[in-house]
Structures are given as C-alpha cells and as structure tokens.
Design a protein around this ligand. Structure first.
Ligand code: SF4
Ligand code: SF4
Length: 159
C-alpha cells in the first residue's frame, strides 16, 4: 500500500529543492523521509492542505500546529500555499498520486516562476529549488530524479 503524506501547497515546490539542509537535524531527517516517499517509484498518496503538514511537524518553527518562524508567518505561509495550489488548479483536501503531482508541478511552475512565488524565502537565493524543478523537467519520466532522491544524494522550505 502506498505511503500516505499530508503536504501543504507551497511544500509541493520545496520538496524539489531539498539538498540535506534545514532547520534542525530532526527536520532534515524527516524531510529526507518525506522526499523519499514522495519521489519513490509507485508514488505516495498525497493529501493537500494549506495548514501545517508532514514536513512542518518536525520543524522547530512549528508551535501549536502553526508556523511561528516569525510574526504573522502562518498567515503568509497559508497565502503562499493557496497561491501555489491555485496555480496548479488544485485545492486543499484533495488527494492525488505523488508522481502525478510532481509532473503537474514541473509542467506548470517554471524555475523562474519561483522568484515571484517564493519571494522572501531564505532558501530562494541558493537556487536549489529552481535547480530541482529544472532537473525533474529534464528527466523524461522523472526516473533520474526519483533515483537520486532514493539514494539520498539530493537531499530541502526545507532543502
Ligand atoms: S518554517 Fe516551513 S516547515 Fe517550518 S513550520 Fe513554517 S512552513 Fe512549516
Ligand atoms: S524557495 Fe523557499 S518557498 Fe520556494 S520552493 Fe524553495 S524552499 Fe520552498
């Protein structure tokens, strides 16, 4: 049975940019597990949300199931979630196959689009997320991407 993941809208982008960096060792370990499941052959079943998710749950910035990275963060993050979901023609509460979602994200969101979608994110200048989307686009069926994820070579708002 495919692993089930709960992912907030903007994390559908972040998941492409994970390179083994993050907010704490626990966060990185959990992010590695989530990305492996997301990119695994056969894919995971993903429930979409615009609230704290399976990535946030290991984040030191989550407080009472809210992103408390800075004042007003949860509201801004939810706005970003909704913007990403709308761009993809999706909505919170829907369930989709991860492989299908990865193809949709990389078809509808160009690496250059992150400059606007992710404005203000501390990870944006590193270029990991743009690179991750670009790499996935270049692999005909995403197989190369899934392979590197599974081996742990590519490791994520997240990095
Ligand atoms: S910083 Fe990112 S991962 Fe951490 S709680 Fe906020 S939205 Fe979630
Ligand atoms: S730049 Fe930040 S918000 Fe955008 S995909 Fe990367 S980690 Fe996520």
């Amino acid at each position: 049975m495919a692993k089930s993941l709960k992912i907030r809208g903007h994390h559908l982008l972040c998941i492409f940019g994970f390179r083994g960096h993050g907010y704490s060792d626990t966060f990185v370990s959990n992010m590695r597990t989530v990305t492996k499941s997301f990119f695994a052959k056969g894919g995971a079943e993903v429930e979409l949300t615009a609230e704290c998710d399976d990535i946030c749950r290991a984040c030191p910035h989550m407080l009472e199931r809210q992103c408390a990275a800075e004042e007003g963060a949860e509201r801004r993050v939810q706005d970003r979630d909704r913007e990403v979901l709308a761009r993809l023609g999706l909505a919170g509460g829907q369930q989709h196959d991860a492989t299908w979602l990865a193809a949709l994200v990389t078809a509808r969101v160009s690496p250059a689009a992150l400059a606007e979608l992710c404005a203000g994110c501390q990870w944006l200048p590193a270029g990991y997320c743009q690179q991750g989307i670009s790499e996935y686009r270049c692999s005909a069926d995403g197989a190369g991407r899934r392979s590197s994820r599974a081996s742990g070579k590519a490791d994520n708002s997240a990095r």
